[in-house]
Design a protein around this ligand. Structure first.
Ligand code: C5P
Length: 312
């Protein structure tokens, strides 16, 4: 299905390629509700789209295959790539036979709990639909996207969403904290595999807060350690004890303004909310990925744009 281009990506850019920003997300809280018969878990999680993102370009291709070029050589470009799955799904559901040329410049690390690949898939569905005159509605894109991954649908919200089911049942909410709240993302060199973290989760070790209470509290009290709970921290910290140490060090660094420190999704990114100051120990450790980031939203009918604050 996919042609891997030998040429440098820049050489291959069709003149009419359109640029799209492919955002990522954090989970401001994540409760695991139950383990399901189908091997998945029902969640109750407050997702928020953020401006850490990848750069994508799309053009209609005259060929009968999608062409995907990517800046990261470790990412498979075959039909296991979520971008190709997303384009296949979009064609299948709309009945379109259009194929695409796609360039993907990765900034979001994988194994980070930031939904970088899911953001790419959502952006691909959005871009394909735009380039072909919007045969599908936004509601249809949201509904279809759940079939290829659990955390793609959230990108079809307006940016802040309370998600249930596998994560694919999306309810728009008002951004719970100001969009300009400073955030720092710290990602150790090592990533975590989502299925492995869910597998290692001991349901008895979960937090007990009612997720709807957490949703109410975050709106009035903002991000706090006892609100921004993540049930996947225990299994992630079990696999990667350095992560707990990192969380504790960020919390204990005494950085002014920090209101909470927590893991995003299935890790390994640790999110510091309230300040994007980079503590000295993070600065000194070259193995840590770091990036000041901001929450973003979109208007219906428009795709996400970076806030302009994020530094690559
Ligand atoms: O849906 P997605 O492909 O992103 O999920 C990857 C894996 O993560 C699933 O195969 C499953 O093992 C686990 N998962 C889960 N419950 C969820 C989401 C993901 O168990 N709600």
């Amino acid at each position: 299905r996919v042609v891997v281009m030998a040429a440098a990506a820049s050489d291959a850019v069709p003149a009419d390629a359109v640029e799209y920003f492919s955002p990522s997300k954090v989970n401001l809280f994540l409760r695991v509700v139950r383990r399901r018969e189908d091997g998945y878990h029902d969640l109750a999680s407050l997702f928020h789209v953020i401006d850490l993102g990848d750069d994508m370009k799309f053009a209609k291709s005259t060929g009968s295959r999608d062409v995907l070029v990517c800046s990261d050589e470790t990412i498979p470009l075959d039909s296991s790539n979520l971008v190709i799955k997303a384009l296949d799904l979009w064609r299948q559901r709309t009945g379109s036979t259009q194929h695409f040329w796609v360039e993907l410049v990765k900034n979001v690390p994988h194994g980070a709990g930031l939904g970088g690949g899911s953001g790419n898939a959502a952006t691909a569905m959005w871009a394909a639909n735009e380039l072909c005159g919007q045969p599908a509605s936004e509601a249809e894109l949201l509904e279809w996207s759940g079939d290829i991954g659990s955390d793609i649908s959230v990108f079809f919200s307006e940016g802040a969403a309370y998600c249930t089911g596998r994560g694919e049942i999306v309810e728009d909410v008002e951004p719970p904290i100001p969009l300009d709240t400073p955030m720092l993302l710290v990602k150790p060199d090592i990533g975590l595999s989502t299925p492995a973290i869910f597998k290692a989760l001991d349901l008895d070790g979960r937090s007990t807060e009612d997720p709807l209470d957490l949703l109410e509290r975050i709106k009035s009290e903002g991000c706090k350690d006892d609100i921004c709970v993540n049930d996947l921290e225990v299994p992630a910290f079990g696999k990667l004890p350095e992560l707990l140490k990192l969380k504790e060090r960020l919390r204990g660094a005494g950085t002014k303004g920090v209101s909470s420190v927590f893991m995003s999704g299935s890790g390994s990114t640790i999110v510091q909310v309230g300040s994007d100051d980079v503590p000295e120990f993070v600065r000194e450790d070259a193995a840590l990925f770091r990036s000041p980031a901001r929450l973003i939203t979109r208007k219906r009918g428009e795709w996400y744009k970076p806030s302009g604050l994020w530094k690559k």
